[in-house]
Write a protein that binds this ligand. Structure first.
Ligand SMILES: Cc1ncc(Cc2csc(CCOP(=O)(O)OP(=O)(O)O)c2C)c(N)n1
Ligand SMILES: [Mg+2]
Length: 538
């Protein structure tokens, strides 16, 4: 077996199910082995940001590893933003980069794709990954790979693996996975008992779930725990979509002044707020009407549990949830909450479109045809998603990079085989929407809702006087055919209903529905968000 095959088998054993990539001369040898070994399917896309976002989404939706393979320099450095997004949002993404061979630098010439030194790329990725390795020693490679992949899964953060092109075909032993890190049983018990005591003492306990619950595959167990503890559950903004298919007492998504009043009230008045796998960031908490005193909460994140003024270290979320389930008796009665009623039964008339109409039309579609997993870009399309029924959702809700939506939808369909719904604004579509041109080769057929307000509207809401937010009108619907799909521009609710019915009925080709939204017409959530932020900053 050669080093690349050993690496591919190890990636598969650690949860990778496919590779997204774009080759280059530093990567051709290992792309050849990827393609010929068929250990993992390879999907090539058109631009490295799309490769990174697709691989990230595949990791998020399956809870496995995402793999992005690129060439050295121009390729890898083109992907820094998606890897940074994966780091910030705790997505287990493996970056595989080709690299120069041992003797290439000895010729005394600067190499093409070299930025500063030959090691610069490695140093750049050190900043946005939790572990890194250059596989320049076939003896050491199996243990290096085992360590890096174990850390990728353990910390749910990206890792960087550089393959010098003169190493990829070297003979190499297979990788033996590292054992899971030990957990101090007594500390775990003490932590669990303290959490239970805190929740029992609280008069208004509540559970907020965040991205780590998905990253470690804990949704069903967390739903069971919430039922046993009779805890109302909310998701963080980033955690939207969590527990959508679990039988959980789910109240909604916390968004402070921008969210549902009953959710905001529960979270901000709770005297026993349990944050499980929640990233404590501004998009999750920055819009709190009343500052949540995080010192009075229970926070479990990044293998640390903080209760009041003290912390327990090395308590992995999985161990914590499992021990809580061991200690909390099964529920003697069923516990559920009245489900929130989302907009639905859209009136299919000639009224112009609003984001709330779009959410209602999607809810009607899912009620009739079943839930669709959603990949969303940022912008008002993501705020609109807050009015769509709970369903699996991947979106950069914290790092907030544009360009995620379309590639993420492709990654989602490649990973699950399910047809996704993609929500994307016109500005973000201009960045990576062209990746739809790859659907035909792979049989992907997402339904793409393109929110066209001819504007960087999110920016305009905060700086309306700037004309640079005007994007003009691009004929997105007309472009779809050239990319191998079907496109339609709609401006009324009746046209939207007809377009969605046609899209659902058409398989095998992506369906792009360009939604003409009048200038300044915002989703209910974004309207509340803007008003709330302005009030908080007043
Ligand atoms: C990669 C990157 N570059 C710039 C920006 C900054 C930004 C945040 S929101 C926004 C406008 C988004 O326009 P779009 O039409 O997609 O959506 P909408 O606001 O609903 O009209 C920009 C430019 C970010 N976040 N990421
Ligand atoms: Mg826009």
């Amino acid at each position: 077996m050669n080093l690349t095959e050993s690496l591919l088998l190890a990636l598969k054993a650690h949860g990778a199910r496919q590779i997204f990539g774009i080759p280059g001369d530093f990567a051709l040898p290992f792309f050849k082995i990827i393609e010929e070994s068929q250990i993992l399917p390879l999907y090539t896309l058109s631009h490295e940001p799309g490769v990174g976002f697709a691989a990230d989404a595949a990791a998020r939706i399956l809870g496995g590893l995402g793999v992005a393979a690129v060439t050295y320099g121009a390729g890898a450095l083109n992907m820094v933003n998606p890897v940074a997004a994966a780091y910030a949002e705790k997505s287990p993404l493996v970056v595989l980069s080709g690299g120069p061979g041992k003797n290439e630098s000895r010729a005394g010439l600067l190499l093409h794709h070299q930025a500063k030194t030959l090691d610069s790329q490695f140093q750049i990725f050190r900043e946005i990954t939790c572990d890194q390795v250059r596989l320049d020693d076939a003896e050491r490679a199996p243990s290096d790979i085992a360590r890096v992949l174990a850390n990728c899964r353990r910390y749910s953060r990206p890792v960087y693996i550089e393959l010098p092109r003169d190493m990829v075909a070297q003979a190499c032993a297979s990788v033996v996975a590292m054992p899971a890190a030990a957990v101090d049983d007594e500390a775990l018990d003490a932590c669990v008992e303290e959490i239970r005591a805190r929740l029992q003492r609280a008069s208004r306990p509540a559970l907020m779930v965040g991205v780590e619950v998905r990253r470690f595959g804990l949704e069903a167990r967390v739903a069971e725990l919430a039922r046993r503890l009779e805890l109302p559950v909310v998701t963080s903004f980033m955690g939207r979509g969590l527990l959508a298919d679990a039988d959980a007492p789910l109240l909604g998504t916390y968004m402070g002044v921008a969210g549902l009043p009953e959710v905001t009230e529960l979270v901000e008045t709770s005297d026993g707020l349990f944050l499980l796998g929640v990233i404590v960031c501004d998009t999750n908490f920055g819009v709190s009407a009343s500052k949540i005193d995080l010192r009075k909460t229970i926070q479990a994140l990044d293998e640390q549990v903080t209760i009041g003024y003290h912390s327990y270290a090395q308590i992995p979320l999985t161990a914590l949830v499992d021990r809580l389930l061991d200690r909390v008796p099964a529920a003697s009665r069923s516990y559920s909450l009245a489900a929130h009623s989302f907009p639905c039964k859209m009136l299919a008339d000639q009224a112009p479109l609003t984001p709330t109409d779009i959410a209602a039309a999607v809810n009607d579609l899912m009620a009739e045809h079943g839930k669709l997993p959603i990949a969303s870009d940022i912008g008002d399309c993501l705020f609109t998603a807050m009015d769509i029924e709970h369903t699996a959702l991947v979106a950069p809700g914290y790092y907030a990079t544009m360009g995620f939506g379309v590639p993420a939808g492709l990654g989602l369909q490649a990973a699950t085989g399910q047809r996704p719904l993609i929500l994307v604004g016109d500005g973000a579509f201009q960045m990576t929407g062209w990746e739809l041109g790859n659907c035909q080769r792979y049989g992907w057929d997402p339904i793409v809702l393109l929110f066209n307000n001819a504007s960087w509207e999110m920016l305009r809401t905060f700086q309306p006087e700037s004309r640079f937010n005007d994007l003009g009108h691009w004929g997105f619907a007309e472009m779809a055919a050239g990319l191998g799909g079907d496109g339609q521009r709609v401006g009324s609710r009746a046209a939207l209903k007809a377009a969605l019915d046609k899209a659902v009925a058409t398989r095998g080709r992506f369906q792009l529905i360009e939604l003409s939204i009048p200038r300044g017409v915002l989703s209910a959530t974004l309207t509340r968000f803007v008003a709330g932020v302005k009030k908080l900053n007043a």
